[in-house]
Design a protein around this ligand. Structure first.
Ligand SMILES: [Zn+2]
Ligand SMILES: [Zn+2]
Length: 346
């Protein structure tokens, strides 16, 4: 089969490797769509502590089951599925409490196992056993299903931040994740949404994609002042920071209302993860700060259900397609920030 093998940092080779055979408890899928994620860009340039080369990366994927290992009864050949790439162990402190995203032994497809930038992929037994393989309803295309994974991370964040009915929600960063945050907030009952972005180009793209009430470019306007004005001086109930910028996290604390919540959804650069936090603001506002970075298999199922129901319209986020042969070009394009989501069709 054809696969995009990352042999080392920035050494990607499209090559033939043996098509894997599903062993006991495993399933084999023919990959139909795999989206390029920001993490794929990072891995390409810097590697990852959980990845040893060579590795097939790609973790936002869907496909059709073409092979079933011994002992698998829940699935059959021909099933259309989305695979949740973060694989919990099912047997640790957090898994037992239903918080698989925090699994102490978390492993991931596209990191520890080969991922979706290939014609075929084996789903390991532990992933099959822990609910990582979700059936795609007929009205969800493979491409749309591939975006269930990023949406699942957004769902996890808003569950922890408790975005709810009547909220005013500010999202800082209008990449695809930020846009999905604004849309999900609406679906959860937020009455007002505000999107903030320093890149005029990205802000324009968000305006065309998301039905938010206010768009602010903080390099041109005072975003903190505008958010306060927009909320009658109160601030926003929830502020989600969907970018990896310390200043945005600091601003978020200033924008949040009393009793509100700030979610640090984007991580900061590893070599400088520190910000200046006005601790008194937290003290007097009685607000909370949460961080989120992943999702559980159940969030992937909810994401598929939301897409199938039409509550989240995901198709508009797919702005470009590439063939597997051109993965390196696709990664470079994704890096420009000019696309929402790029889909690879192996
Ligand atoms: Zn991803
Ligand atoms: Zn676990």
């Amino acid at each position: 089969m054809k696969a995009a093998l990352l042999e080392d940092i920035e050494k990607l080779r499209i090559t033939e490797i043996p098509t894997p055979k599903p062993q006991v408890g495993e399933i084999l899928i023919k990959v139909e769509a795999c989206a390029v994620c920001g993490t794929d860009i990072k891995i390409f340039h810097h590697g990852h502590r959980l990845i040893s080369f060579p590795r097939v990366t790609g973790h936002e994927l869907t496909g059709e089951i073409t092979g079933i290992g011994e002992g698998v009864s829940k699935y059959k050949s021909g099933d259309r599925v989305a695979v949740a790439p973060a694989v919990p162990c099912g047997d640790c402190y957090y898994c037992h409490r239903g918080r698989q995203a925090m699994c102490e032994n978390l492993q991931a497809i596209g990191y520890f196992w080969n991922g979706g930038f290939a014609e075929y992929m084996v789903v390991p037994k532990i992933a099959v056993d822990n609910g990582c393989v979700n059936l795609l309803p007929d009205n969800v295309s493979f491409e749309e299903g591939a975006l269930a994974e990023p949406l699942a991370c957004v769902i996890n964040a808003q569950e922890l931040s408790n975005v709810c009915m009547g909220d005013t929600v500010v999202v800082i960063g209008t990449g695809p994740m930020g846009c999905l945050h604004a849309e999900l907030a609406r679906a959860r009952g937020a009455v007002k949404t505000v999107m903030i972005e320093v890149s005029e180009e990205r802000l324009d793209a968000a305006k065309k994609t998301v039905n938010a009430d206010l768009f602010i470019n903080p390099s041109k306007e005072d975003s903190i002042k505008l958010v306060r004005k927009f909320t009658n001086g109160r601030g926003a109930d929830k502020v989600i920071v969907a970018c990896g910028v310390g200043k945005a996290q600091q601003d978020a604390i200033e924008m949040v209302a009393n009793l509100g919540n700030v979610n640090f959804f984007g991580g900061l650069p590893k070599d400088n993860p520190y910000i200046q936090l006005d601790s008194n603001a937290v003290h007097y506002k009685e607000c909370s700060i949460t961080g989120t970075h992943g999702s559980s298999p159940c969030h992937n199922q909810i994401a598929i259900d939301l897409i199938a129901s039409g509550k989240i319209k995901i198709k508009k986020y797919i702005t470009k397609h590439y063939e597997l042969n051109n993965l390196e070009e696709a990664i470079a394009r994704a890096e420009t920030g000019k696309e929402m989501k790029i889909i690879i069709k192996p």
